[in-house]
Ligand binder design. Structure first.
Ligand SMILES: [Mn+2]
Length: 395
């Protein structure tokens, strides 16, 4: 084992913890100025406090979280909803965000986090450090932030505050669990109810959150170097009972995706949120026996990619204990960024880092001398950051 390296940048998590523990409401001005500079925004004090409370405390503090924090949750969700509305009016934020103007940026993609606060904490800590070395960075959360683990409300609040602090660098997409018919069954509504302590308070904030979920974009079209592609939670759009290759531009205006529940959506929005790739599938597309979950074949995938001019497709949705899976010459990358599920350890969390110069054929786990697939592990991330830091500062 390599010995512990102190990250050379000023704002290590350790230093932040020291500052915030001595005075939880005192946010260091120097750090704030630097983050303002990167984020170009002046968020309200409670967003900072929220962010720093989590940054300083970690998941250990959740059990003793005071009840009056509910008002902070409410403020945070109101702020998030406002930000989403504001983004819509700029026309840049839509059912699909088109983010093609920054091919010199590094893109980070995070798969399902499902309330795994400790993994999210390591990733956000890492991203904040990356921002300090290189502001030309974007981070995309691919949905399924809630359910499946005990601290999903906190996970969501932490990711939202990160988004509010860096609205031009951070994006949040909808997953199939950001749906009131799903997150009322897999943990989230229960956790919120326990926090609210009364039916009335619960219903007020439940409405706020599920409304927010219903307005999230389905996907983001990006370009980094010579890579151009789409990121969504599930898979390509198709009609399972009447297959034909689909062009995003042609279906977008008719998509009926801004619904609280997927039952009320059109079939394309449903498959974008729910479908899975299946290398064994002989038909173009088919439902999964028993569950009915839609699947698509390699040929259906290649047709979609060619028709839309994409060479890379990134998604989450499927549980892989290694945290990722590569399909079809790395053209489809599946990410799973939680190491715990139903409160139990299931494997490793990973995310994807796409530098402009990364080529699709070299994508693979970084610890196997390949590129882009990054392991969410404290020592590994520190080591990885050191390499990144030296590469950025040596020329
Ligand atoms: Mn999912």
């Amino acid at each position: 084992m390599e010995k512990h390296i102190e990250f050379p940048l000023k704002y290590t998590l350790k230093r932040l913890i020291k500052i915030t523990q001595s005075n939880a409401n005192q946010i260091p001005n120097e750090l704030r100025d630097q983050l303002y500079y990167i984020g170009n925004l002046n968020p309200p004090q409670y967003v900072w406090q929220w962010f720093f409370r989590y940054f300083a405390a970690g998941s250990e503090k959740f059990k003793s979280e005071p009840v009056d924090l509910l008002e902070n949750y409410e403020n945070l969700f109101l702020m998030a909803e406002k930000l989403l509305e504001h983004k819509y009016t700029t026309e840049k934020y839509h059912k699909f965000i088109r983010d093609m103007q920054t091919p010199d940026y590094t893109y980070y993609f995070v798969g399902d986090t499902h309330g795994s606060f400790d993994d999210t904490y390591l990733m956000i800590d890492y991203f904040i450090k990356v921002f300090q070395v290189n502001p030309k960075v974007k981070v995309i959360w691919i949905g399924d932030i809630v359910d499946r683990n005990p601290y999903d409300l906190q996970n969501l609040a932490f990711i939202l505050s990160f988004w509010i602090l860096f609205p031009d660098n951070v994006f949040i997409l909808r997953g199939n669990h950001e749906d009131s018919s799903v997150c009322s069954r897999y943990g989230f509504s229960q956790h919120l109810f326990e926090k609210a302590q009364s039916r009335e308070r619960f219903e007020m904030i439940w409405k706020l959150i599920t409304d927010f979920f219903s307005k999230l974009p389905l996907g983001l079209i990006f370009r980094s170097g010579n890579k151009q592609g789409l990121v969504v939670h599930g898979g390509i759009p198709f009609d399972v009972s009447n297959y034909a290759p689909i062009r995003i531009d042609e279906i977008e205006s008719n998509l009926n995706c801004y619904q609280l529940e997927h039952f009320d959506m059109d079939v394309y929005s449903q498959t974008i949120l729910w479908s899975d790739p299946d290398p064994e599938l002989k038909e173009m597309v088919a439902p999964t026996p028993r569950t009915g979950r839609p699947r698509f074949s390699e040929q259906a995938f290649r047709d979609f990619m060619e028709l839309n001019g994409f060479n890379l497709f990134i998604r989450g949705h499927q549980k892989f204990s290694e945290g990722y899976h590569l399909f079809w010459d790395n053209r489809l990358i599946s990410l799973f960024s939680t190491s715990t599920y139903d409160g139990k350890k299931i494997g490793n969390a990973r995310f994807l880092r796409l530098l402009p110069e990364t080529s699709i054929s070299e994508i693979g786990p970084e610890e196997e001398q390949r590129k882009g697939i990054v392991w969410v592990n404290k020592e590994f991330l520190e080591h990885q950051l050191m390499q990144y830091y030296h590469a950025k500062t040596s020329h």
